[in-house]
Write a protein that binds this ligand. Sequence first.
Ligand SMILES: NC(=O)c1ccc[n+]([C@@H]2O[C@H](COP(=O)([O-])OP(=O)(O)OC[C@H]3O[C@@H](n4cnc5c(N)ncnc54)[C@H](O)[C@@H]3O)[C@@H](O)[C@H]2O)c1
Length: 360
Amino acid sequence: MSKTKVLLLGAGFIADIHIESYKRFVPEAVLVGIYSRTEQRAMETARHHGIEKYYSDWKKAILDSDCEVVDICLPNFLHCQAACFAAEHGKHVIIEKPLCLNMDEADLMIETCRKYGRKLMYAEELCFAPKYERVRKTIKEGAVGKIFQLRQCEKHSGPHSAWFYDIEQSGGGALMDMGCHAFGWFRWMLDRAKVTSVYATMRTLYHIGRTKAEDNSVAIAEFEDGTIGIAENSWAKQGGMDDRIEVYGNEGVVYADLFTGNSALTYSQKGYGYAMEKAGSTQGWSFTIFEEAFNQGYPHELAHFIDCVRNDKQPVSTGEDGRAVLEIMLAAYQSAKTGAKVKLPFRPNVKKPIDLWLND
Ligand SMILES: NC(=O)c1ccc[n+]([C@@H]2O[C@H](COP(=O)([O-])OP(=O)(O)OC[C@H]3O[C@@H](n4cnc5c(N)ncnc54)[C@H](O)[C@@H]3O)[C@@H](O)[C@H]2O)c1
């Protein structure tokens, strides 16, 4: 079987998860190259995983690695330029969330991939997480009747890398980083229903002095049929990663969570190696997770894109989906600034979402 050749841009946290996912679960793909900002890290990661080529220049990596797919696991501010450069050079693109920093970038990415006939997948893994997909299928069978409210929470005590806290590189804080999952998942659950308005509130309470961005937010999106989606996001929540959903219908309700609900409850006096993402400590009670990448849907997401590339299918999550999510997030930052609901369509002329909240 010929394998689809993938170049990984990034060798950090999410790239590690993608590597594990490709290697264990996507036999149709082969990693032919990896980029990291530092050559040492790129070399070590390549050697460790048996990846043939490594680079500390991402453009050179795209030009030199003979890949068919570029998998972009870079900080947010690089998403647009890396995606466009890849498509212009004949590569299909899968891009980590959030899609990019503003609507002009989103349109450019979508248009460039269209122009060069390349696929663009917006990698929202919650559309693939097995437990959440089980919920979605149950709901499609009519288990809870008509949905009137969705809630999705993603919370932890703050990201692992400095760039997340630098608004020029990230474009925003907890909402930008994790609210995108909520809005992506709401749209997925509601068959891409249109959002008509967004209300949000946010503040910086835990990482004061470290970032100008918000580290805690709540946003409410109203859909055209009146359904509401509540997104709760935090970089201030202690005790490890939390990712949960609630689906309320007129005939039932479903609750599910990806981390504590997929773990062994452990009590340890001494502590032990690893419990779960961003767990502060393993002493005392902790949630010992297993198959962390699998449970979040990464292998399924990447296998899906490789299938799309090999068999010329349309990804279930596209650049347009990423754009729609970005528009909702922009409206949320505007709402948090003004205190009013913001109606969509919303296309502010800003470089990045957080500007709407910070600027006078
Ligand atoms: N789907 C998810 O739930 C999820 C989880 C984590 C991260 N992400 C997304 O993945 C992307 C990468 O995040 P991460 O957590 O892997 O970050 P990271 O800091 O762990 O890794 C970033 C990588 O990009 C490179 N890099 C960093 N700064 C750079 C710069 N200025 N110029 C060029 N290269 C640079 C680094 O060398 C590193 O290889 C982000 O867009 C993030 O939002 C998604």
